[in-house]
Design a protein around this ligand. Structure first.
Ligand SMILES: *Cc1c(COP(=O)(O)O)cnc(C)c1O
Length: 368
């Protein structure tokens, strides 16, 4: 038999597939549990349920399912451009913002070139990089966060892309405007900085920079954002990038013609207009974060301070057994051993009752 793994390009041979949070139905099947009794706090999903306006918009599209979507995403791009203060030709839509990361890699990386990113950075950066045969240069983290100075130092003549996430997943760590400005001012102009702001809506007004403010000054900056988290549309897969018009043109050349489907386009437009939903998401997240922190403190645990909709809890020892015990109690959280953090579990912020359920189950597991 032919060894088709050996025939895959070397970067792909060395990849491990992305490991998503365990689906509720899978755990229900494995342990013969009622799916309704399971709490999933594993994929940084929005616990609010979708915006009613987004649902209504989807209904309006259903009779058009035989048609291709608008391949240019004109309506959504127009609204995003207006909202973000850029021109329409500076917006690129993605099938989730993961798609954006892939488009960047396909357009700008190749064998012999490299992308710089941090230890504990989002798992898709190495996947997108190695998938096109480029090298990922991993820079050691500082206090679990990005060490931007060390990342600058890691850039060499073969570096084409730097991936930075603010806040970062799975750590929740962040950097402020001063750090970003120092970084952007010193990155060589021919290196594309991908600033991944998947969680920015949870942190607005805090001490995080707004990446959009730097677009006019740095034509090597691309800001990626998503409707999957604060806007609550993870299942529909829609994200976007804001960049110079030239970079957007390049990404558009490698983009699949209809990469964002019509339901996603309609729902994203509606969600973007639903300011109440976004405010509610933010409020729920702030309250849930406070609830989890108080509960963890009571259990004598520590965690990495987070500006996302999740928190990485430090157990000071391998968490595989704790995770298994939580699963048996019907609580799904996210092991991050694959990120090199075997002593941590990442917990997404849920509804108040879900957070309480997690804390109660954890108390039992730790005292067993
Ligand atoms: C969740 C997440 C994304 C967004 O993923 P989508 O493809 O838009 O669902 C991007 N970057 C980071 C760091 C994330 O955690």
């Amino acid at each position: 038999m032919t060894d088709f793994l050996a025939l895959a390009q070397p970067g792909v041979q060395q990849l491990s597939p992305y490991v998503p949070g365990k689906p509720v139905d899978e755990l229900a099947r494995e342990l013969d549990l009622d799916p309704a009794s399971i709490v999933k706090l594993a994929s940084n999903e929005n616990p609010l349920g979708p915006s009613p306006k987004a649902l209504e918009a989807i209904h309006g599209e259903l009779t058009e399912l035989t048609r291709y979507p608008d391949g240019n995403g004109f309506e959504l791009k127009s609204r995003l451009a207006a909202r973000c203060g850029v021109q329409l030709n500076q917006v690129t839509l993605g099938n989730g913002s993961n798609d954006i990361l892939d488009l960047v890699a396909r357009a700008y990386l190749a064998p012999g070139l490299n992308a710089v990113f941090s230890q504990y950075a989002f798992a898709v950066y190495p996947i997108s990089t190695q998938a096109v045969g480029a090298q990922g240069k991993v820079v050691p983290a500082k206090d679990h966060g990005h060490d931007l100075e060390a990342m600058l130092a890691a850039i060499d003549e073969n570096t084409r892309v730097v991936f930075i996430a603010n806040p970062n997943n799975p750590t929740g760590t962040w950097f402020g405007p001063d750090a970003l400005e120092r970084f952007l001012a010193r990155v060589p102009g021919n290196v594309l900085v991908v600033l991944d702001e998947a969680y920015i809506e949870f942190a607005e007004g805090d001490e995080l920079p707004d990446g959009l403010k730097y677009l006019a000054r740095y034509d090597n900056l691309l800001v990626s954002r998503t409707f999957s988290k604060a806007y609550g549309l993870a299942a529909l897969r829609v994200g976007y990038a804001l960049s110079s018009a030239q970079i957007a043109d390049v990404l558009n050349r490698v983009r699949q013609p209809f990469n964002v489907n019509s339901l996603a386009l309609a729902a994203a437009c509606a969600a973007l207009d639903d300011a109440d939903y976004l405010a509610q998401s933010r409020q729920l997240n702030d309250a849930g974060m406070a609830q989890l922190e108080a509960g963890l403190r009571e259990l004598g645990l520590s965690w990495i301070p987070s500006k996302g909709n999740f928190i990485a809890v430090d157990f000071g020892r391998d968490t595989a057994a704790i995770n298994q015990a939580l699963l048996r109690a019907g609580v799904i959280v996210r092991p991050v051993a694959g990120y090199g953090m075997p002593n941590f579990l990442r917990v997404s912020i849920g509804l108040p009752a879900e957070n309480a359920r997690f804390l109660g189950a954890l108390a039992k597991v730790l005292n067993a």
